[in-house]
Design a protein around this ligand. Structure first.
Ligand code: C5P
Length: 224
């Protein structure tokens, strides 16, 4: 059976960084499921579709012409031949993603596409419901958290580095609003799987989180 490691948790907890590092060091594939929701919302907007209109967004999700070009450094997200890698990373795109992600029809439209990422030698899947819904059979499930203030701080630095404007107070508010929407929705809410291991990264460096996950993988005989 293909080895699957799931990394779920709220936005800004460090899932993306840790997942990429794990994939790089194990040679496993990487699924950035959040990017799929971000691209779905973006594709809807580009086609003039109201992102509150579930059935219209479901049609978009079912026919999403998206390709992920993953290299060691990053993943290029190409939507209908247009590189949208930067466009999907704004706070606004994250908010829009969480609106379409609350629709059950959108979630099921994207399910098979996500499962198809599970290929030998293994997969690191980053998201909100990787361990609960998409890959319940995963051999290791991590639920990565950090305080909202710490997550806002990290996001602030990321945006600053990317040359985008950011305001700390509004970032904290946006993070809280997105947590609230992701945790309270009826379908696949953000919640740890029963067998997930909770890792609080508030006071940990990326290297420390990485070490922790690696030792869990080693204990379970999951290292290739
Ligand atoms: O992880 P990222 O910030 O890119 O995700 C954007 C949004 O997509 C999240 O706030 C969440 O609403 C949604 N999402 C989801 N399920 C996933 C991944 C992301 O609902 N597995």
């Amino acid at each position: 059976m293909t080895t699957i490691i799931t990394v779920d948790g709220p936005s800004g907890a460090g899932k993306g960084t840790i997942s990429r590092k794990l994939a790089e060091e194990t040679g496993f594939s990487l699924l950035d499921s959040g990017a799929l929701y971000r691209v779905t919302a973006l594709a809807a907007l580009k086609q003039g579709v109201d992102i509150q209109d579930e059935s219209a967004v479901v049609t978009i999700a079912l026919n999403l012409p998206v390709v992920f070009e993953t290299t060691i450094e990053d993943t290029k997200v190409v939507l209908a031949d247009e590189d949208v890698s930067r466009e999907i990373r704004t706070e606004k795109a994250g908010m829009n993603a969480s609106i379409v992600a609350a629709f059950p029809g959108v979630r099921s439209a994207l399910l098979q596409r996500q499962r198809a990422f599970a290929q030998e030698p293994g997969l690191v899947a980053d998201g909100r419901d990787m361990g609960t819904v998409v890959f319940p059979q995963a051999q290791l499930k991590i639920f990565l958290t950090a305080s909202p203030e710490e997550r806002a701080k990290r996001r602030y630095l990321q945006l600053e580095q990317a040359g985008q404007n950011a305001d700390m107070q509004s970032l904290i508010e946006e993070i809280r609003a997105r947590d609230e929407r992701d945790s309270s929705r009826a379908t696949a809410p953000l919640t740890p799987a029963d067998d997930a291991i909770l890792v609080d990264s508030t006071a940990l460096s990326i290297g420390e989180v990485n070490q922790r996950v690696f030792s869990l993988m080693k204990d379970r005989g999951l290292l290739p």
